[in-house]
Design a protein around this ligand. Structure first.
Ligand code: PLP
Length: 398
């Protein structure tokens, strides 16, 4: 047998992709599946964005670009950051990458090694833990509790920091819970971090535009006191329905004090993916600078569906669901059904034709919960709720 380094045996997966594959197979066998499993908008990329990519290709933009991204794309990110956060960043700190994930890959790789701790949200995006384990660092879960509206608790987070802690991963609005951490809690957390200057922060803000009920996104960029140890992850995937384009950006410090993180990620790009494909980078500029009407339309649709999902879930026997304040996920508590969450998710897919994800796929504290993505039509959401209701009434728990 060939010998690879043990780190590869510690890499995890994202079960949402396995559920998508299973749902697709069942659909190909002729089964009628309602897919509330995958975390991607069901809208098309707005036409003007597609056109910008086509135009770029026609004009001959098909070669390498700088590893950190085209200056024009980085400048567009600077404009977008100013509009969203009121903070002026330099294009010299903006990195363009093939999606949101490569930023977490790079940041976790930079800080993780045996003997250090990395704090990450649980339940949370599964790749955080997978990558932490890959590096050999100790994954330390920060509990994200329903009783706290699925927000981070500054107190609980700070209490987990030790001299071994090198990186803290934050995510708001959050996958899988839809939780949004209120500004007051972020302020408390940042204040507490003053006592731990060795801790870098990776703030995953990929759902920044997706907040509801007048909630305003709080970006960690708005705290200059942590800027030299902050990496902000963002991207085009969710906001402009561009998951398959593989376009992300992140903002990195580059001072000597920060350890010149930006230079490090730029070098990683040179060594791995060289650059993001040029036409996508032109599309990225059009997304930021063009009309946001379709983004607004998408957000209005998500908001309507959010209400339908929450109302529907709360009408089910043994299910309760708090109203998510962000992203496009609901995270209902199913513990009173008597089912183990993963068994329930598997049975719902195979026997009721509804694809969703069991909470334990997002961490040990996900037991008793399921993730529903409401990136699907109102009609399909209602069909899914009806099917789950019939299933729960007919079947005894396992
Ligand atoms: N961060 C979070 C919290 C996500 O939910 C996702 C995608 O589901 C990503 C990052 C990755 O985004 P991308 O598809 O752009 O790599």
């Amino acid at each position: 047998m060939l010998q690879t380094i043990p780190a590869f045996d510690r890499l995890g997966e994202e079960n949402a992709f396995a559920v998508l594959a299973r749902a697709t197979t069942l659909a190909q066998q002729g089964k009628d599946i309602v897919n509330l499993g995958i975390g991607q908008p069901d809208f098309k990329t707005p036409a003007h964005i597609v056109e910008a990519a086509i135009k770029a290709l026609r004009e001959g933009h098909h070669g390498y670009t700088p590893a950190n991204g085209l200056l024009a794309t980085r400048e567009a990110v600077v404009r977008r950051t100013l509009t969203m956060t009121g903070v002026e960043v330099s294009p010299e700190n903006v990195m363009i990458l093939p999606g949101g994930k490569p930023t977490m890959f790079a940041a976790i790789l930079m800080f993780g090694e045996p003997g250090v701790d990395i704090l990450y949200p649980d339940p949370g995006f599964p790749i955080y833990r997978s990558m932490i384990e890959f590096t050999g660092a100790r994954p330390v879960p920060v509990p994200i509790r329903e009783a706290n509206g699925f927000a981070f608790s500054a107190e609980e987070t700070l209490a987990l920091i030790t001299p071994q802690t090198r990186l803290l991963i934050l995510n708001s609005p959050a996958n899988p819970t839809g939780g949004v951490t209120p500004r007051a809690e972020v302020e408390k957390l940042v204040k507490g971090l003053e006592a731990h200057p060795q801790v870098a922060i990776l703030s995953d803000e990929i759902y920044d535009v997706m907040t509801y009920d007048g909630e305003v996104h709080c970006s960690l960029l708005q705290f200059p006191e942590i800027r030299e140890r902050l990496v902000v992850l963002n991207g085009w995937s969710k906001t402009w329905a561009m998951t398959g384009w593989r376009m992300g950006w992140s903002i990195w410090p580059n001072s000597a004090e920060s350890g010149r993180l930006y230079d490090k990620v730029r070098k990683l790009a040179v060594n791995c993916w060289s650059c993001v494909n040029a036409p996508s980078q032109f599309a990225g500029i059009a997304a930021i600078d063009g009309s946001q009407e379709e983004v607004d339309r998408m957000m209005k649709a998500f908001d309507r569906r959010r209400r339908i999902v929450v109302e529907g879930l709360n009408s089910l026997p043994g299910v309760s669901c708090i109203t998510p304040k962000g992203a496009f996920y609901a995270f209902p508590n199913v513990s009173e059904t008597g089912w183990k969450a993963k068994k329930l998710a598997a049975a719902l897919l195979d026997d009721a034709g509804v694809a969703l994800i069991g909470g334990p796929d997002f961490g040990v504290l996900g037991e008793g919960y399921m993730r529903l993505s409401y990136a699907n039509s109102e009609e399909n959401i209602l069909r899914a709720i009806e099917r789950i209701e019939a299933f729960l009434k007919e079947r005894s728990p396992q």
